[in-house]
Design a protein. Structure first.
Length: 202
């Protein structure tokens, strides 16, 4: 399995990124799904979703986990049997997950024009009041979206919406920022992966 990139965020936190190009048949080799995970896999109708689902289990398998070691709490937040925290994201053919010992969140998003059209739904930053190029507008809006998604996952509580997540302002070429959710502050780091933005939150 060719991982696209493995990043040691710190001594206790690792980030794994995989560009999935394998066939579904190749991906499923050696992956054993238990009843609940098998049912979820069977319910997926789109092949790309099936591939991403298996890719996550393949990464976990390489880390020494089985599908039986992955659980979801009542809020839908994943965790591992050994108590480590985990966050999962995928977008088109990119899959990523982050594993740590403290709350973590990750999100990967493909940069697409439609995020400009819906920007008012998730941020108060008005791109029309800036002199940014469309490329930089697209970059920053995708970063804001990913930062909020990663923060939501790290925070792990239902009832939180985009308007509850405050993002410290940054420039499109910045690699980090901070966010606030309720009374908790998180550090967010950004990585550009091909035409995707990845944000991880600690």
């Amino acid at each position: 399995m060719p991982l696209f990139e493995t990043i040691n965020v710190n001594e206790k936190t690792q980030l794994y990124i995989w560009k999935v190009s394998e066939t579904l048949e190749d991906l499923t080799q050696g992956v054993v799904l238990n009843g609940e995970h098998q049912s979820k896999f069977d319910s997926l109708k789109v092949e790309s979703a099936k591939k991403n689902f298996i890719a996550v289990r393949r990464i976990l398998k390489d880390l020494g986990y089985s599908s039986d070691d992955l659980f979801y709490n009542h809020e839908g937040k994943p965790y591992l049997r050994d108590g480590k925290t985990i966050s999962i994201s995928h977008s088109f053919d990119m899959v990523c997950l982050i594993v740590g010992e403290k709350p973590v969140g990750v999100d990967i998003e493909k940069k697409r024009r439609k995020i400009i059209d819906i920007s008012e739904k998730f941020t108060q930053w008005d791109y029309r009041s800036t002199s940014f190029s469309q490329k930089n507008v697209l970059q920053k809006l995708t970063m804001i979206w990913s930062a909020k998604e990663a923060g939501y996952k790290a925070h792990g509580k239902s009832g939180i919406t985009a308007e509850h997540i405050l993002v410290k302002d940054f420039f499109p070429n910045d690699s980090e920022t901070k966010i606030k959710i309720e009374k908790t502050f998180y550090d967010v780091s950004f990585i550009n992966v091909e035409d995707y933005v990845l944000a991880y939150c600690l």
